[in-house]
Design a binder for this molecule. Sequence first.
Ligand code: NAG
Length: 265
Amino acid sequence: MHLLPLILLAGAASAISDCARANIAWPTVFTDVDGLSTNACCTNNRGIDCGFSEKEEGVGRSCRIQCDENGFITSIHLQNIQLSTSTVPDFSTLTKLTYLDISMNADLIGSIPQSLPPALKTLHMNGCKITGPIPPLPGSLTDINLSSNQLSGSIPALPANLNSLNLNNNQLGGSIPALPPSLKVLSLRDNRFEGSLPSLPNSLTSLELQNNHLSGFIPTPFNFKPQVFDENCFVNAINLGSTNKKGCRNAIMTVPINGPTTTNI
Ligand SMILES: *[C@@H]1O[C@H](CO)[C@@H](O)[C@H](O)[C@H]1NC(C)=O
């Protein structure tokens, strides 16, 4: 008897376009809903309000949406837009989204939604005012930049094919989890990470660990400037030319320049 309205509702729900989903997620930016089933935002960014025109796009500033031939949003570039205060949008309903850059938006507050878009490869939310923990990370991610926010908590399990992880300048703590074998860039400086280092993958070409509470041994041999280990509490820091944080309890603070001396009593 009452099945028909249900079927109609289900039909309407599956007909909703990605542009309409984006409008639900972030109505201050995806403003044009001109018929919820059209793909307005895929056509010349119709209905995207970035606070500046396409002509004003430039280095460090972007306002661009890309869709596939079926109107599914595949990439969102909304870097350094003129936004009034907004919480981090939940784009988890965008199933084809692989690239999400909403970085350098100083008015972006709140925490990262518990679920991220399931096919996401690139996640750039650096330079905002995002607080709270990092949610579980989709296995598809290869490039993460969440640096210069106010994130807290610890790092969740890292995706197996991750290439680049930048979490510099947050309030993250706990120990550093196992690093995927493909990792090339690991930037964790200016946080509160503690414990010893996991093994560093051979693929690593860039490393920043300064100013944390890490301890134990710096792995040797290593291919990085000793300074990347500064301001931690590594036992062998000084003999490798790196400086320990003041007040390290567990680390050896001084190593004799001319080797150990023996004193006969
Ligand atoms: C990540 O964000 C920081 C700060 O905004 C920036 O300096 C850096 O170049 C970005 N990219 C990577 C790959 O870390």
